[in-house]
Design a protein around this ligand. Structure first.
Ligand code: SAH
Length: 347
């Protein structure tokens, strides 16, 4: 078993069995979750013989940075090599004194959204919670090296659907935000979901404190089922109810993500449908441009985009128009699909 899979009770029991003092448990916890070491040898206040006992009884599986690519806008796309040879991608996005890390929640993705390159990979396996934290830890080191500052924000917008790996994602966020872990503020973490209604309700019931974003992309139920197959079993109406429930319980504003696709979801009628969908709860709408993938979709024209945004604003909705980052290295939303297309340097 990996050392990070042990519960505090199991660790204490192990220490007792080996006639070690219980305070070692706290030291081990700090090495694993506060200082984020990647080997037993780095635990310098743990005596050598205990390090050896740990080594004999537990594995310490490794996540490594395999390759990275740097965009003209300084965004860095990182390919991670997991302990079993699987690969995932993460992205570091610097902007005015901040660095956002975009992390993956699964190897591949099962959703098959029609405009997304990750969907074409299919689903391979769930990430363990510590593999999610490994992405943060490794990217944080790179952020400090490359930009001189640590990661300020984390978004679960890489590969995979976080709410279809609920327990691992929830646990990773708990550790990242715990004062006994990395101590990050929950307000700096955003979980983005395609709209898994059961998962959204569970987040509310479990007292989720980070931000929630929903990749809506259209408020028309039949259109959404065509674009996003999982909508067939998580309909617009069910999604609206789940979000109402979430807001009632958490008192948090929801972010709605909306990729404008030419002739698909960018008419004024579409904008009006979006307004009606958002009436039920407080939202902020992020308008995202379509990033090229191997699909037949096209981005909306600037005129269509402006009219769409103007309609939302005329209904007093808060709208942000997002600029894509890292498009030249296929690191933007929807473009994460191994292999890395342009490899400038291997690590
Ligand atoms: N499965 C989660 C997390 C992925 S986040 C979710 O759906 O929210 C990745 C975001 O990029 C999602 O909002 C997704 O819909 C969006 N996206 C996918 N393909 C895209 C593309 N080609 N251009 C722009 N955004 C895209």
């Amino acid at each position: 078993m990996d050392i990070r899979e042990t519960s505090p009770e199991q660790l204490l029991q192990f220490l007792q069995q080996h006639h070690e003092k219980p305070f070692r448990a706290k030291q081990l916890h700090d090495w694993l979750w506060k200082k984020n070491v990647t080997s037993f040898e780095e635990m310098i206040n743990i005596p050598k013989n205990l390090q050896e006992k740990l080594q004999e009884n537990f594995s310490f599986l490794q996540t490594k940075i395999e390759k990275e690519v740097v965009s003209a806008d300084k965004t860095i796309k990182i390919l991670f090599h997991l302990f079993d040879g699987e690969q995932i991608e993460g992205v570091l996005i610097p902007s005015q004194g901040r660095v956002t890390a975009c992390v993956s929640s699964q190897v591949g993705c099962a959703l098959k959204c029609s405009f997304c390159a990750t969907g074409m990979l299919g689903f391979t396996r769930q990430l363990r919670f510590w593999e999610i934290i490994d992405q943060y830890v490794l990217m944080n080191r790179r952020a400090v090296e490359a930009f001189g500052i640590p990661i300020s924000n984390i978004v679960f917008m890489g590969m995979g659907e976080p709410l279809l790996n609920y327990d691992n994602v929830f646990k990773a966020i708990e550790i990242l935000t715990s004062p006994n872990g990395n101590g990050l503020s929950p307000s700096r973490i955003t979980l983005s979901t395609v709209g898994i209604t059961a998962g959204i309700k569970k987040l509310a019931d479990d007292g989720f404190k980070a931000n929630l974003a929903v990749s809506l992309h259209t408020a028309d139920n039949s259109k959404r089922s065509q674009l996003i197959p999982v909508n067939q079993t998580n309909t617009i109406q069910e999604l609206q109810e789940a979000l109402r429930y979430y807001v009632e319980k958490t008192n948090q504003r929801i972010t709605i993500e909306y990729v404008l696709l030419q002739h698909i979801n960018d008419s004024l009628e579409d904008a009006e449908k979006l307004c009606r969908f958002c009436k039920a709860f407080p939202v902020k709408i992020n308008i995202i441009e379509y990033n090229a993938t191997d699909t037949h979709f096209r981005p909306s024209t600037p005129e269509k985009k402006a009219a769409f945004v103007a309609h939302l604003e005329s209904k007093n909705l808060i709208v942000n128009v997002r600029q894509s980052r890292g498009k030249d290295i296929a690191a933007a939303c929807g473009q994460l699909a191994i292999p890395l297309r342009v490899i400038e340097r291997s690590v």
